[in-house]
Design a protein around this ligand. Structure first.
Ligand SMILES: Cc1cc2nc3c(=O)[nH]c(=O)nc-3n(C[C@H](O)[C@H](O)[C@H](O)COP(=O)(O)OP(=O)(O)OC[C@H]3O[C@@H](n4cnc5c(N)ncnc54)[C@H](O)[C@@H]3O)c2cc1C
Length: 375
């Protein structure tokens, strides 16, 4: 039996990878915070390829919205700086809650899994001289003897600290104090353009806003990224009230913004400790600027499925950890650079917008080509 910790996108996809190899699964799902299911995500071609290989592409596609373009606009002038045509790419948005529900449904349909909602607190493993002996211990006191643990329990879960021998309290909590203000608005409450099948990226001074439709176009996912210290009483007016389009988001009592600290920039290259490997944000807390965290989690799962299929457990975990840590480190670096570019303010923000305007679609395409390439 293989245990997977974490009931988010990474944990559920990894659970599916285990079951696809007819290996019994213990899913230690933890207690899911509300933000895990809030809003939507964009899935790029690499994420879709992973979903297809995991055997859930069609069912996920049925609940997603194909996006026609990523439109980059200036937050002050509203001018379109660049536009990336997505009509020939597999690129869609989906509500997190939908993707999670669909992955859970597939796990249930396959059978062979036991699901518990406790949190892993520690693991005790012995080996490899004798046979491996891995016990996981949960916060309700229950323990399980398992053959391996795939720790997909997020940035602040047990897995990341355990595999990297870190102390949880010493983990940096957010990048340069950046946070995301997230909300889901009813499309009928906003100007009609918000429901169009586009990902809209508004670049401002020290802040950027991303929005796109989810839930069949009935809802709009909104994410404004800015410095935590700038979230004062007037933050909506200061960052959104620059033009008529974005002003429609200001101070509406129908829009409930939730504040999410963005993950640390620190990339730990170590993904494996004995019979425990990391997956998802636990392995790669990627700044969300390339919209790749969940996509890479799906690729993690696809890689696990492939490795477990053709190898003994030790080789499978070793090949997985090596392949994924190498691939993700490159994407991580690009995401960090992107986050710095998007955070520029004042004259540097103006210069950035001009440079993107001059480089245009070709520059964005070149930046994203290897990020979106399937493994
Ligand atoms: C603002 C924002 C926008 C984003 N947009 C995109 C996007 O467009 N596209 C994209 O691909 N990615 C995007 N991401 C990234 C994406 O959301 C994450 O990479 C992804 O959700 C990570 O999933 P996860 O399952 O690894 O972690 P989580 O969703 O954090 O799930 C971790 C799970 O582990 C459980 N858990 C915690 N501790 C324990 C424990 N000790 N034992 C057992 N279980 C435990 C928790 O309850 C939780 O259910 C975005 C992120 C942010 C912040």
């Amino acid at each position: 039996m293989i245990a997977v910790s974490g009931g988010g996108i990474a944990g559920l996809a990894a659970g599916l990878a285990v079951l696809r190899n007819q290996i019994p699964l213990l899913l230690v799902a933890g207690s899911t915070p509300a933000t895990t299911l809030l809003g939507g995500i964009q899935i790029a071609p690499n994420g879709w390829e992973a979903l297809n290989r995991l055997g859930v592409g069609d069912m996920v596609r049925a609940e997603s919205i194909e996006l026609d373009a990523i439109t980059v606009r200036d937050m002050r002038s509203t001018a379109t700086i660049a536009s990336l045509d997505l009509r020939k790419s597999a690129y869609s948005s989906i509500a997190r809650a939908s993707l999670t529900r669909l992955l859970e449904a597939e796990i249930t349909a396959i059978g062979g899994s036991k699901r518990i909602t406790t949190n892993i607190t520690h693991a005790v493993q012995r080996g490899p001289d004798q046979n491996w002996d891995l016990h996981i211990v949960n916060d309700d006191g229950s323990t399980f003897l398992v053959d391996a643990l795939i720790a997909a329990d997020g940035v602040r879960g047990f897995g990341r600290t355990y595999v990297n021998s870190l102390e949880a309290t010493k983990l940096p909590q957010c990048i340069n104090g950046r946070i995301a203000m997230r909300a889901v608005a009813k499309a009928t409450d906003l100007p009609k353009s918000f429901a169009l099948p586009f990902c809209n990226l508004w670049l401002g001074s020290g802040a950027h806003l991303v929005h796109y439709p989810i839930n069949d176009g009935k809802d709009v996912n909104l994410v404004l990224t800015l410095d935590a210290e700038k979230v004062t009483e007037n933050w909506q007016k200061e960052f959104l009230d620059h033009n008529d389009v974005l002003a429609s988001l200001c101070n509406r009592n129908t829009i409930n913004w939730a504040n999410t600290q963005l993950p640390t920039q620190t990339y730990q290259n170590c993904w494996r400790r004995g019979r425990t490997v990391l997956a998802g944000d636990a392995a790669h807390p990627i700044p969300p600027n390339l919209a790749q965290g969940a996509g890479q989690s799906l690729v993690d799962a696809e890689c696990l499925m492939r490795c477990l299929g053709g190898n003994n457990i030790d080789d499978a975990l070793s090949i997985y950890a090596q392949e994924r840590s190498e691939a993700v480190s490159k994407i991580f670096k690009k995401a960090v650079i992107s986050s710095k570019i998007m955070a520029l303010d004042g004259p540097r923000a103006k210069a950035r917008n001009m440079a993107i305007g001059l480089g245009g679609t070709q520059m964005i395409n070149e930046w994203l080509a290897d990020v979106w390439a399937a493994a």
